[in-house]
Ligand binder design. Structure first.
Ligand code: G3P
Ligand code: CA
Length: 261
């Protein structure tokens, strides 16, 4: 893929973003998964954040540690010191035993030069002051950072607090419990809403009906566009052809090799 030049797209086009790190090959949202993402030549990583009881930011997908560690704790009810004692790797296999729940601070500290990080806010706006502090302390160029989230109001507050960091609104479809059919919000409406709020872009579930015209219409609003979570090479090629800016995947090596000329 060509390297685009310019402020809005100084990264590979489309950028390959390792979803929760290289989460097929290593335990999600751990240092091992992020190292594996760089090994697999990802352009960036995506991760999820929660606030601990003592006001620190940890990287974990769920609000509890049940699924991805050896103990069941509610993240917001426990201090960092306690959460750090958990094993966030062994559920994936003995090879990853003792892998810790990382802090956002240390993950940002290890972000390689020129690589992207998509930080998904899973908790509420209470995390924002600490997020701003951690980002400022890390001293990384804003161009490497993205803040993403499903909660529009939290993102608006995030943008007000950290105007230099690009904010992308995560949007998905909703599944009808009876028919099982998933319907997606109108692309023009969500583009308009994001653009009017000054967001940098949209980060869309791959089920949205995206073709080249739809992507061009989103970009015409001045928005960047990422899609998630694409693990199938043919689907990644289809999205790349539409002109999306970033593809989130659990398997960066597979998608990298699919998109290589
Ligand atoms: O990148 C967006 C995607 O991560 C949202 O879904 O559940 O994997 O956090 P989830
Ligand atoms: Ca996520």
């Amino acid at each position: 893929m060509v390297l685009a030049v310019g402020i809005a797209s100084a990264f590979a086009d489309p950028a390959i973003i390792a979803h929760r790190g290289a989460s097929v090959d290593a335990p999600e949202n751990t240092p091992a998964a992020f190292r594996e993402a760089w090994n697999q030549k990802a352009d960036g990583i995506e991760l999820d954040i929660w606030l601990t009881k003592d006001g620190r930011i940890v990287v974990i997908h769920d609000g509890s540690t049940k699924r991805t560690t050896d103990k069941n704790l509610v993240v917001r009810d426990h201090p960092l010191e306690e959460l750090r004692k958990l094993d966030a790797g062994v559920w994936k296999g003995e090879k990853w035993k003792s892998e810790p729940i990382p802090t956002l601070e240390e993950t940002l500290g290890e972000l390689p030069v020129g690589k992207l990080i998509y930080i998904e806010i899973k908790c509420g706006p209470e995390v924002l002051p600490e997020l701003a502090r951690v980002i400022s302390k890390a001293g990384k160029p804003a161009e490497q950072l993205r803040i993403i989230g499903f909660n529009f109001e939290t993102l608006v507050k995030s943008k007000a607090l950290m105007p230099e960091v690009k904010t992308l609104w995560l949007v998905s479809g909703s599944k009808d419990k009876i028919t099982g059919k998933t319907t997606y919000p109108d692309l023009a409406a969500i583009s308009e809403k994001a653009s009017a709020a000054g967001m940098a872009g949209l980060d869309l579930n791959m089920g949205f009906p995206l073709d080249a015209a739809a992507v061009a219409a989103i970009k015409a609003k001045g928005l960047t566009l990422a899609v998630w979570t694409v693990n199938d090479p043919a689907t990644a090629k289809r999205f790349a052809a539409t002109g999306v800016d970033a593809i989130n995947t659990d398997h960066p090596a597979r998608i990298r090799s699919a998109l290589e000329p």
